[in-house]
Design a protein around this ligand. Structure first.
Ligand code: GH3
Ligand code: MG
Ligand code: MG
Length: 333
């Protein structure tokens, strides 16, 4: 069985000469699962142009490869010794990281009952053996296209349209997520809230479109300050932004908050209507939960950062204030 040694668990890059105009050529990751090496070889030959192909000869191996790196599409044989394709599909659908990956069954006998079982297990389509190349290519292309559209919609539902930062909904979800993670790992979690100073006056003076461009420039400056992949910058609402800093202690949070204030001032966006500065500035409120606990809520972290932001405004704006966050959930100055 030369194909097993040659292809098992390996990646094969596509040739870029082949054109698929609907699903982007060469960019997708497909996992092909079949205990019959001849079927794997046939499918592999048909699908090479779509991108990276990985192969598994059993359900167990398929789950292990999918967990290592979630694919864009799984082509799954129904009848395999050991774990059946239906079981593999159910396991994929039960995994939060893999449940969105479309599964197409490839089956030798497509009777009504097994199609219903497959669809109930979470599959999106069936392909019958013997394999007809045009049909396989068309069905795979359709599923990859749908996957791309779903991903694009998911992304846009999480993004603020004006600034390209995470939107409020995404911020709320991520803060909850990071809070739970920090509780589990006993790690600190920091939050910085930012608010543009005298922005109403900026809009009144320069007009709303200029205000929008200012928000975009401030968002870019914020994005350039935070560099860790786990950090999240979001538009919290209007001219307010939020930065979530996982595994960041009080010193780190103060440092970032000060850098954010400096970075926006350094843009030197003229603000002739500001009573305080000649250019656009922001105020920042930062706080750190040293060891988040499950009996406290991320909303209390927001309250503490907001209290610090209020103080920064009160002290004269264009500055960062840090407020400690006590384990009981009360903010301390
Ligand atoms: P402070 O220094 O106390 O924060 O004063 P401020 O004027 O920035 O605060 P205020 O809350 O009074 O005004 C916020 C302004 O932000 C009012 C609103 O016109 C403007 N704003 C909110 N969202 C947008 C937006 O999407 N685009 C534009 N151009 N302006 C916005
Ligand atoms: Mg405001
Ligand atoms: Mg403001």
């Amino acid at each position: 069985m030369p194909i097993v040694g040659a292809m098992e668990g390996k990646s094969v890059q596509s040739s870029s000469a082949y054109r698929h105009d609907q699903a982007e050529p060469g960019t997708s990751s497909i996992l092909i699962v079949d205990d019959d090496p001849a079927s794997i070889q046939a499918l592999g030959g048909m699908l090479t142009p779509f991108g990276e192909l990985r192969f598994a000869l059993s359900g167990e191996e398929a789950l292990s490869l999918a967990t290592q790196a979630p694919p864009d599409l799984v082509l799954l044989d129904v009848n395999m010794p050991g774990m059946s394709g239906f079981d593999v599909c159910r396991r994929l659908k039960a995994d939060p990281r893999l449940c969105e990956t479309p599964v197409v069954f490839v089956t030798g006998h497509s009777d009504l009952a097994s199609e219903v079982t497959g669809l109930e297990a979470g599959a999106v389509d069936f392909i019958s053996k013997p394999l007809a190349q045009p049909l396989v290519v068309a069905r795979v292309r359709t599923q990859l296209r749908l996957r791309q559209l779903t991903e694009a919609l998911r992304q846009s539902a999480r993004t603020d349209g004006l600034t390209g930062l995470a939107n409020r909904r995404s911020f709320d979800e991520e803060l909850q997520h990071e809070w739970r993670r920090a509780c589990r790992r006993q790690e600190p979690l920091s939050l910085v809230l930012l608010d543009i100073d005298h922005f109403k006056a900026f809009n009144d003076h320069y007009g709303h479109p200029a205000g929008d461009r200012c928000l975009q420039a401030v968002a870019r400056a914020i994005g350039a300050v935070i560099r860790r992949p786990s950090d999240l910058a979001a538009r919290y609402g209007g001219e307010e932004f939020a930065v979530v800093l996982p595994a960041t202690d009080a010193g780190g949070a103060q440092h970032i908050a000060q850098n954010l204030v400096r970075a926006v001032a350094a843009l030197e966006i003229p603000h002739a209507a500001s009573p305080q500065a000649r250019h656009v500035t922001i105020s920042a409120g930062a706080t750190t939960a040293l060891r988040p606990e499950r009996n406290t809520q991320p909303a209390q972290l927001i309250d503490a950062a907001d209290a610090a932001l209020y103080q920064a405004k009160h002290l004269g704006r264009n500055q960062a204030v840090f407020t400690a966050f006590s384990p009981s959930g009360q903010a301390e100055s």
